[in-house]
Structures are given as C-alpha cells and as structure tokens.
Design a protein around this ligand. Sequence first.
Ligand SMILES: [Cu+2]
Length: 167
Amino acid sequence: MRFLGIAVVSSAIALGACGGGGETTADSAAVAATADTATTAAATTPAATGAMAPITGTTHEVKMVGDDKGYRFEPADITVKAGDGIKFTMVSGGPHNVAFDPATIPADVKPQLSANMPNQQGELSSPMFMNAGESYTISFANVKPGQYPYNCTPHLAMGMKGTITVQ
Ligand SMILES: [Cu+2]
C-alpha cells in the first residue's frame, strides 16, 4: 500500500506540472514526491480532481431551457478560446444535464475534459439539474482544439444538444 500511495502522489504531481506548462519531468517530480512525501501533495493537489485545469479566460453562459417551444441549450453551438469556460445555467423544464458521448470524444481529449468536469454522474456526464438558477461550469483549459458535440441526456431524443468548438 505504501508503494501504491507514492505512485499515485507522484503521477498527480507530474500531471499538475504538465498542466501548468512547466518543464518538470516525471522523474524529478517522482524524486520530489519521495523526498517530501504527502505534505507536498496535500498542499498542491486539489482532492480528487487530479489534473483539473482552472479557467484562465472568459466564462461563457449557456442556458438550459425547456418550454412550449421545446428543449434546448441557448446558444446550442458555441465557440470558446483556450482557457475559457462555459457556465450552464438551469432555466426551466428540467431535469437537464450536460453530457458528452464518450464515443465522440478523442482518447487524447478525454482525460483533461473529464478532469475539468466535477461531480460526474457517469463518464463525461454532469449531475442533473432540477431547479432554476442551478449551474454547472466546465473549464476548457488544456482541452485540445476541436469540435465536441454534447447533449442533455433526458432530452436527447427531443433534440436538446449542441456543439462546443474549442479554438
Ligand atoms: Cu434537458
């Protein structure tokens, strides 16, 4: 168990260093973790989020709406720049969520996107939101440029979906 613990700590630090753009190698991070054990990890690594990359740019807003015109994200299609985030706010007609179909997300994008989605209820799926005013923010920091389709699981069949383009 002792060896397992050290391995987890050092990989978390190595990922953090990559996310920050640092040049720290996995080897030197492992040495640092071994030398200074758990205190370093506790001070620098958020619990259970691993390599989550915080928003450094603009936070865009998308509404989750269900009314007599149908179920939708407003706007459904949105373009963000590197470091931006999107705040999804529940307006009406829930439950709504924000879900990416894992089959549509490239393998080299999944780990960072997943790390940037707190409280997932399934792979790349946010919790359900029932009450107006609830919101869920996803950082797209360190998510590779590309087009990522997403949807609301309960209303997918009703066309509640969109595309997030990361530049
Ligand atoms: Cu919905």
